[in-house]
Design a protein around this ligand. Sequence first.
Ligand SMILES: [Cu+2]
Length: 469
Amino acid sequence: MAGASASAAGAALLGRSGQLRSAGSASATAPSRLRSSGGRLDLDLVAQETEVAIPGGPARALTYNGLLPGPLLEIDPGDAVRINLHNRLPRPTNIHYHGLHIPPGGSGDNVFLSVGPGESHSYAFTLPADHPAGTFYYHPHSHGTVADQVFGGLGGVLIVRGALDRIPAVRAAAEQVLFLKDLPAERGSSPMGMGLMLGREGAVLTVNGQVNPTLSMPAGGLLRLRIVNGSSARFWRLALEEHPFHLIATDGGALEAPVELVELLLAPGERAEVLVRGERQGGRYRLLNLPYTRGAGGMMGGMGMGSGPGQQGPVSIATLAYAGSVAPLPLPERLLPVELLPEPVRRRRFVLNHGMAPGMGMVFLINGRPFDHGRIDTRVRLGDTEEWELVNDGVMDHPFHVHINPFQVISRNGKPEPFRAWKDVVLLRPGETVRIRTRFDDFAGRSVYHCHILDHEELGMMGILEITA
Ligand SMILES: [Cu+2]
């Protein structure tokens, strides 16, 4: 679909942009990049609707500074960050610094703060000096508009540099950010009702705002992909023809050692860093998005969820093209230690489900209750380690996300996780029980946990977490 229609739609672009932008030859240039210097990053972000040039995609999208994705922000631990957000949208917005360990109140990662149409707000926070390196994500998080705004295009990548980047075998790799975002087709109708319940997906699959861009790598080389699922509901199930992925980092940073994967599933909000070895002599290989069904469609009268409009088989979302050759680079053997969290002082249980509410229709629930901004659902103590049992009692997939502090998955359906990793989104398939362990470090205040299918979050699947000193 997206790949097949690319050339026709590319020609249609001539009129709009005045120059030919052929999707087939686009190279996956990184999003426009802003790097901190002298311990500071200062920038303005204007949230606005703008024209975009995406083959087969919508003529207009929601952007930061006219860019889709928004500018790539790159910072170091200890940096002072100031972001002046200007809202030129017709509805409230704000910014969530997804995955960052920063204060949840004031002008930090404050999702309760609302920036009205025409208003501005200056976010200011200092990244902790011991913040892990990794690939993070900024996007709007104003309850009531978050799903529309992320589906409409808002989001960007935030890289924290650090120890992982200094490992010689990692440093030797060429680096490429892949921001994955589905957009509605040019003539697509916007799904209502049932679409909202399932979680809206767009038919046009973009990587850094491009359709099927080219990634290049020399034979013998190493390519480090920093992959972000910036979709509001779509899952991306990736495979690269004739090349395994070597996973080196998850949401919250480095693993202890690379893990070889044939395919990689990313739910909304999840990130992964993988190394790809240039182990072929040359040629072109497709980076595929494989079909995925988000839970049992039976409940919706057989209406499938997940693979999106029309996606029956694999879709090429980018192409890896060999160019030149170098002396073979080795994979790293070891990466970084992943702390073993202490025994929990408390255990809690969170049951995710859905139901009908009078006057509201379908609602999504955590422990039987839909989100209420005036209610604190979970009170924890600063410094405590807790273990949470997450249960999906429903028929749809729910990726569970916690703000401010990362967690480790301990077990899935009673089976211990094969390796330790820092996460901030974990997928719960229907009927699954996942145990996670987390420690509420450094910052007191109010924050949230929620389903990262943002239409589900809007329909109630969110709770307020209060961390008290
Ligand atoms: Cu959900």
